[in-house]
Write a protein that binds this ligand. Structure first.
Ligand code: PEP
Length: 251
């Protein structure tokens, strides 16, 4: 039985006061569960203070991105070694916004996935097709190719621990969600790809999230599906009440 993972990607939203207020609102209203893991990925600036300030709340704090080098002249970046040094458990890698605006490629995604595993940080590897690719009926090929490239040189033991987020680009922040059946079909194709790349064991262990306009009103039918093990959520993770509802849906 795979533990569900509900992850909030705050992107570039919230002041520190707003971030603290969010956790004050959820403190006491969220519980440890064998069935679901809750994670918030705030702006990098807040990762360390929120890690320290939320030790009493069963919500993990992750990063939205990182460099693949451990150190160097890379102004503005954070390294895997830095994230490890403050015990960050998860990092989002290859979000479509990073691929679109910051030249993230399948090659840099792969380097980052390797660097994350090398530092004991679990990567949430984002893949997903554009509307054009979907309309050309190329979704599964495209997404499977992104998966294969992201996992090059990753061992089976590492791959088992990975989280993959299937996020159709046309569904992110647009209010358009893939139907639960469509999302499940692509998540199932990704699982088959992992079986082909590794083994059935790895494919059954890896957790696959859906992301793209997930809200309290649509999460339940998504989580009922065989291959959907959670959600990566942008907009709806910013509000404490809706984040709590999303986590509860997985419990
Ligand atoms: C995301 O940022 O990964 C995302 C899925 O955003 P939204 O939920 O707002 O579509």
């Amino acid at each position: 039985m795979r533990k569900k993972i509900i992850a909030g990607n705050w992107k570039m939203y919230k002041t520190i006061e707003e971030a603290i207020h969010f956790f004050e609102e959820i403190r006491g209203n969220i519980y440890e569960s064998d069935k679901v893991e809750a994670l918030i990925c705030p702006p990098t600036l807040y990762v360390a203070p929120l890690l320290a300030g939320t030790l009493d709340i069963p919500v993990k704090i992750g990063a939205q991105t990182m460099h693949y080098e451990n150190e160097g002249a890379f102004t503005g970046e954070v390294s895997p070694a830095m994230l490890k040094s403050i015990q960050v458990p998860y990092v989002i890698i290859g979000h479509s916004e990073r691929r679109e605006y910051y030249n993230e490629t399948d090659e840099t995604v792969n380097k980052k996935v390797q660097a994350a595993f090398d530092h004991g940080i679990t990567p949430i590897v984002c893949v997903g097709e554009s509307l054009e690719t979907r309309e050309a009926n190329e979704t599964e090929n495209f997404v499977n190719d992104q998966v294969a490239k992201a996992f090059e040189n990753i061992t089976a033991d590492q791959a088992k621990e990975a989280v993959i987020a299937y996020e159709p680009v046309w569904a992110i922040g647009t209010g358009k969600t893939a139907t639960a059946d469509d999302a499940n079909a692509v998540c199932g194709a990704i699982r088959s790809k992992m079986a082909e790349l590794y083994s059935e064991d790895v494919a059954q262990a890896v957790r696959i999230q859906y992301g793209g306009s997930v809200k309290p009103g649509n999460i339940e039918e998504l989580l009922e599906k065989e291959h959907i093990d959670g959600a990566l959520v942008g907009g709806a993770s910013l509000d404490p009440v809706s984040f709590l509802q999303l986590v509860e849906a997985g419990a």
